[in-house]
Design a protein around this ligand. Structure first.
Ligand SMILES: O=P(O)(O)OC[C@H]1O[C@](O)(CO)[C@@H](O)[C@@H]1O
Length: 446
């Protein structure tokens, strides 16, 4: 019995029964490549065993640092971009109050993220939110040289120094970076910041269960042991390459079957606003892993029922290249009853006494049938609860599925060469030393 359930019951009009079985040989080969390390990008398979083999000493240091931050800071800032913040943001949103940063009664700091854009507005607004309150920062960059977080780090470090002075500021800077190299590593060593390691064998988008995600997640008061236990359970549940047993592999195979039939965009959907950032995390995981060699499923996300009133028309009747994967929380954190009224002015009498979750689930069922009838294949992933164990389990489900999916489509799921193109141009246009020739060429084209 797996902890989460992958439901393919509505795929019948789109996938013939034999098609999944026909994928078995390929899935078995991809599974062997992944586990034996004979596939492309094999140096970055650390996520496979991470829930079992993580560094216990580092894990304990993360918890201790989180406690210190909880005790001495009203505000905590995670600085990072892509895989260096999306997992933490997704986890904190998934597991916390929808309004965790504006709760009046709180025993953990407010948590914000920056360094994920180059917007001066965003950073100026964040500085105003911090105001003169006590704060700490966690700068997270595997390479240690990414422009967006580097700029944000400079600005926030200056604010720390202004408030606490050079020496005390250092005690409020937590650096998560490469074990040995990069500008951030050199600075952290020189300035004696508390340091945490991004393991060598993890790409950013697979790093949420390392210090990258775990320090911010722990600061937000989330139970790391439960998170890792859930991921470890998934690791043991998704060992078997048999498609009848392994639902993560089923998901990987089915989305590839559908992709080959022309369903080239996958929407990851939810019915709980707290899961919006899980969709953002998944988009990087899937997009950066699979969009290569002029192919790959385009990952998009939608939040329901909200987006049914914006994207719903397109999904129902627009271009037929969409497939959907719905994350559905079987038991929400809270439920509310729809109140009774003496009159029936709003016409809602037929819902009186029913729970909001009941209505939410009926919306889900209605949407699945409508979209299926409209020609959109829908898969669902049922999560029993919105807790840390389930989140850890679900993270692992998608990580291993996307890795296998990449191999099924014949690409290296663990590199991201295409991200460099914009960076090179930006450096050249900014006049970074060494980029003079390219800068000249680009400026002529502008
Ligand atoms: O942690 P870093 O090295 O700053 O990189 C952040 C993000 O940027 C990318 O390297 C792409 O540029 C992603 O893969 C990564 O998640």
């Amino acid at each position: 019995m797996t902890h989460i359930k992958f439901d393919t019951s509505k795929l019948k009009p789109f996938v013939h029964e034999n098609e999944l079985a026909e994928m078995q040989a390929l899935v078995t080969a991809c599974d062997q490549e992944l586990r034996a390390g004979t596939g492309a990008g094999h140096d970055f398979r650390g996520f496979l065993d991470l829930p079992q083999n993580y560094d216990q000493t580092e894990f304990a240091r993360i918890k201790t640092a989180a406690q210190k931050i909880q005790n001495d800071s009203e505000v905590f800032i995670g600085i990072g971009i892509g895989g260096s913040y999306l997992g933490a943001r997704a986890a904190i949103d998934f597991l916390s109050s929808t309004f965790y940063n504006v709760k009046n009664e709180r025993d953990v700091p407010e948590v914000y993220f920056c360094g994920n854009s180059i917007s001066p507005n965003y950073l100026a607004d964040l500085l105003a939110v911090i105001g003169d309150r006590d704060f700490s920062i966690n700068v997270i960059s595997k390479s240690g040289t990414t422009t967006e977080p580097s700029i944000a780090f400079r600005i926030l470090k200056a604010k720390l120094i202004e408030k606490y002075g050079e020496e005390a500021a250092k005690g409020r800077i937590y650096a998560t970076t490469d074990r040995a190299k990069g500008a951030l590593k050199s600075e952290a060593d020189a300035e004696d910041y508390a340091e945490f390691v991004v393991p060598d064998d993890l790409g950013g988008r697979f790093s949420v269960l390392s210090a990258v995600g775990l320090l911010p997640i722990a600061v937000a008061g989330i139970d790391l042991d439960q998170l890792m236990a859930g991921a470890a359970a998934a690791r043991s549940d998704y060992q078997d390459s048999d498609l009848e047993q392994n639902e993560a592999y089923q998901y990987a195979a089915l989305r590839n079957i559908l992709y080959r039939k022309g369903y080239t965009t996958e929407l990851l959907e939810n019915y709980e606003p707290n899961l919006q950032y899980f969709g953002e995390w998944w988009k990087q995981l899937a997009g950066e892993s699979e969009g290569k060699d002029q192919k790959g499923i385009f990952p998009a996300s939608a939040n329901f029922s909200t987006d049914l009133h914006s994207l719903g028309q397109y999904i129902q009747e627009g271009r037929r290249n969409l497939m959907e994967t719905v994350l559905i929380i079987d038991q929400p954190r809270y439920d509310l009853e729809i109140p009774r009224t003496a009159d029936n002015l709003d016409g809602l009498q037929y819902l009186e006494g029913k729970s909001m979750d009941y209505v939410n689930k009926k919306a889900y069922e209605g949407v699945v049938l409508a979209h299926t009838d409209g020609g959109v294949p829908v898969m669902s992933v049922h999560l029993p609860k919105q807790d840390a164990y389930t989140l850890g389990y679900t993270i692992y489900f998608f990580e291993i599925a996307i890795a296998i999916s990449g191999y099924l489509n014949g690409i290296n799921p663990f590199n991201q060469p295409g991200v460099e193109a914009y960076k090179q141009n930006m450096f050249a246009l900014l006049g970074r030393p060494g980029y003079e020739e390219l800068g000249h060429e680009l400026n002529q084209r502008l």
